[in-house]
Write a protein that binds this ligand. Sequence first.
Ligand SMILES: Nc1nc2c(c(=O)[nH]1)N[C@H]1C(S)=C(S)[C@@H](COP(=O)(O)O)O[C@H]1N2
Ligand SMILES: [Mo]
Length: 204
Amino acid sequence: MLNRLGRLTKIKQDQSGLEVPSGQFVTEKFPVLTFGPTPKIDLATWKFSITGLVDEEKMLDWEEFNSLPKVTLDAEFHCVTQWSRLQNTWEGVLFTDVMKLANVKPEATHVMAHCYGGYSTNVALDVLMDDDVLFAQKHDGETLTSEHGGPLRLVIPKRYGWKSAKWLNGIEFMPEDMPGFWEIRGYHMNGDPWKEERFWDRLG
Ligand SMILES: Nc1nc2c(c(=O)[nH]1)N[C@H]1C(S)=C(S)[C@@H](COP(=O)(O)O)O[C@H]1N2
Ligand SMILES: [Mo]
């Protein structure tokens, strides 16, 4: 069958008819995938920064972040270790609504997501400016647990899970693409599961 890119690939469907990218299996569970320890985060001192190519850098505390408009949306989640959880309901703040807080300079093409604990990941700005990309505070109606990235994580349904950074504490607007934590170690710079962009293309 033709997938959503209009290409002929080995796309399967799960029982509810949802598409599954090639090389993935469906799970109803929500596995925890973390490199290293889960950081301890205190909401009283929690901070979120907007830095890099902006007219004025911004720092938000938890109360300020929570005054932003909330959205709820359903999205799939695909981990590069091959599990996909197809039905997830996320609640949080759209990337585009946070971006509006800072005057982002036109030279910005990519964003580095920064996290408590030191993890980072790079994402192209046009990928983030989609209507399904959010900073999530709830998953399936429950406050995000710390193992799943609470109090705040990035969610990018159209990219492999490693780009959905947990324990987010800042976004940095950049003039070019730079590798984050896993991208330095061989994961793909773009990471589109529908193109199976898992690792560096060493021939490319
Ligand atoms: N800060 C941070 N974010 C992270 C990770 C991590 O190790 N540290 N792992 C990533 C990977 S590989 C995946 S698949 C998802 C898993 O999210 P989950 O543990 O909520 O299932 O988180 C991503 N975000
Ligand atoms: Mo992952």
